[in-house]
Design a protein. Structure first.
Length: 349
């Protein structure tokens, strides 16, 4: 299927291939997405998706650990990976004539990552240190408590990095079983954008990935979060002098008809920003209503909104840094006044 220059193909083993030739520079960006993230984790294994992401950089027999770092950097490229609530993605951006290395790398580690016990233990220390680093940030602790308060049933209740107790006790077998369960062609989408011929690229992807058999995927259906009964408030004590406040509201999933109107509403309330699969918001806009109500009045040092496209209903949040000498109550009153303004006088076109 081809739409607006984008070709979408599904291989016999279930792998979805999306191609967009873009002949503006001799560069190709290559992404592999897996339908797995913290949404797919159960208590006792929180953080396993993020840890598996780390382990895929620890090598296969064909691509030993650290070799991709050297090769991709030598060729003038860049690579990384990310884990979120609903997905994990790996990407390489390289000169067009070097991209085959990235295709071969991702094809191999889709099914052949080693998960050597010594590397698992080494990475345990790294991830625990990462978790402890985040805990030094008051905004992380606040967000973690907000998620836990907002979701008492659904797995969106825990941070992507996982709980410390689980990171301390998770085993190599836990990680490897999670990897083998979710890293399969019929649970993946590969995307290439850049300077290439679509037919040749599809043929190469088919040659590298087409031999993998589809895997029996687990039927993950998280329990839906029950309707919230009344407001929930949490306070996170901190030794610092700066106060932060987050207003969180249950928001529709990305597939809900109300989702994109909420994106537009966020741009009016907190300020327009680029919006994509990684979410939107996170920046203040001087023309936004909340900037005028909170920052220009001297109540807050900054304000931003955040909305992410998710499989299940998640959260729309507004985050503010309270200016020294001002109170949380004053910021809350100003926020409530802006929401009441929206209710009484809907936004016109």
């Amino acid at each position: 299927m081809k739409t607006h220059g984008v070709t979408r193909t599904r291989l016999r083993n279930g792998l979805t291939v999306i191609l967009k030739p873009l002949r503006v520079a001799p560069v190709i960006s290559w992404w592999v997405w897996y339908r797995v993230g913290s949404r797919y984790e159960r208590p006792g294994l929180t953080g396993v998706s993020h840890w598996v992401e780390h382990m895929l950089f620890k090598g296969t027999r064909r691509f030993p650990a650290h070799e991709p770092d050297r090769v991709i950097a030598r060729d003038g490229g860049y690579h990384n990976a990310m884990t979120f609530l609903d997905w994990t993605t790996y990407f390489e951006t390289m000169p067009a004539d070097k991209i085959d290395y990235a295709l071969r790398l991702e094809a191999d580690r889709m099914r052949h990552a080693l998960f050597l016990p010594r590397e698992v233990e080494s990475e345990r220390s790294v991830i625990i240190a990462e978790r402890q680093m985040y805990e030094n940030e008051p905004t992380f602790r606040l967000n973690e408590e907000v998620q836990a308060a907002a979701f008492r049933v659904h797995p969106y209740h825990h941070e992507v990095i996982g709980d410390l107790a689980d990171l301390q006790t998770m085993t190599r077998d836990d990680l490897y079983q999670h990897y083998r369960r979710f890293y399969a062609p019929n649970n993946a989408i590969v995307v290439a954008v850049g300077d290439f011929d679509a037919r040749a690229m599809l043929a190469r992807i088919r040659a590298l990935f087409g031999g993998y058999k589809p895997a029996p995927l687990p039927d993950i259906r998280p329990r839906p979060e029950p309707p919230q009964r009344g407001e929930r408030r949490i306070t996170v004590p901190d030794e610092g002098e700066t106060a932060y406040v987050t207003f969180a509201y249950h928001a529709p999933a990305a597939g809900d008809p109300d989702f994109y109107p909420l994106v537009a509403l966020d741009s009016i309330l907190a300020g327009a920003s680029s919006f994509n699969v990684f979410g939107g918001g996170g920046t203040s806009n001087k023309s936004s209503r909340l900037y005028k109500a909170l920052v220009q009045t001297g109540l807050a040092a900054g304000v931003s909104g955040s909305l992410a496209p998710t499989v299940d209903p998640y959260l729309y949040t507004v985050f503010a840094t309270v200016r020294a000498g001002q109170s949380l109550e004053a910021v809350e009153q100003a926020m409530d006044a802006e929401l009441e303004r929206l209710r009484r006088k809907p936004v016109d076109e």
